[in-house]
Design a protein. Structure first.
Length: 254
């Protein structure tokens, strides 16, 4: 039995529509993010775009109470970083993580980029491998009856094969009626273990990895920002996925 309430066709269609809105915002964030822009400028722009496109910034609602419209995590920061007055510099590795509500349903996605230039060297390896692990996790979904451990095992195999640190304390999750719902979707695992997914379930798969170790720390001042303990660069890629009869449908394809 699914760990999620069954969704109506109307709710699933709302998530499809919302996923396209979210993907469009993130695609435009990539173009808007240039050297010299401050995190706060980007956050305010995202807030305006969310409203203009008929959606709600989930992070600003009482469900989350995050001090921003979007999470902007730079270099050693992994996820949930609070937008600040820091002006981005060419070569910074920056991750954007966004959740919106559209027609009552929530979608969640993230990506990582290098500011002002194409990724190269170690940063290129980090970004390409982490993104590849996301799609490996998606490809592991064979429709209803897939285990969350099948997804985690596929993600982990790519990350460890690329000699990256796996952020094991930070996991994906169900999403839709709420931002965080069952089941947890870890970025590691064993095939045939965990929660069984059913057709109609919607989950956020979100590999997070580093060029160094797997230990993380949380900022004691803001209480939100997770960073690598060793200061190594981190990356984060995420899609909201619908479990279908045939496999998986990506609802937030950029």
């Amino acid at each position: 039995m699914s760990s999620q309430p069954r969704k109506t066709p109307k709710q699933i269609e709302a998530m499809r529509e919302g996923g396209k809105v979210l993907a469009g915002i993130l695609r435009d964030v990539r173009a808007f993010t240039i050297p010299g822009k401050t995190e706060r400028e980007i956050d305010e722009w995202v807030g305006r775009e969310i409203v203009a496109r008929g959606a709600i910034a989930t992070y600003k609602t009482s469900e989350v109470n995050f001090p921003g419209n979007i999470c902007i995590s730079v270099n050693e920061q992994i996820v949930h970083s609070v937008p600040s007055d820091y002006a981005l510099e060419a070569g910074d590795v920056v991750s954007f993580d966004l959740v919106i509500e559209y027609k009552g349903m929530k979608t969640d996605a993230a990506f990582t980029m290098v500011v002002g230039e194409d990724p190269k060297g170690a940063a290129k390896h980090l970004l390409q491998t982490t993104e590849r692990s996301l799609y490996a996790g998606i490809d592991a979904i064979k429709g209803g009856g897939t285990y969350t451990g099948d997804i985690g095992a596929a993600v982990e195999a790519v990350l460890t094969g690329g000699k990256l640190g796996v952020m094991r304390e930070l996991v994906g999750h169900g999403v839709g009626l709420e931002m965080h719902m069952p089941p947890e979707v870890a970025n590691y695992g064993r095939k045939g273990t965990g929660t069984v997914l059913e057709v109609g379930d919607t989950i956020a798969i979100e590999p997070m990895a580093s060029l160094g170790g797997e230990k993380i720390i949380i900022d004691q001042d803001d209480g939100w920002t997770y960073s690598t303990r060793d200061g190594s660069l981190a990356a984060h890629f995420e899609h909201t996925i619908l479990i279908t009869e045939e496999g998986a449908e990506i609802l937030t394809q950029l």
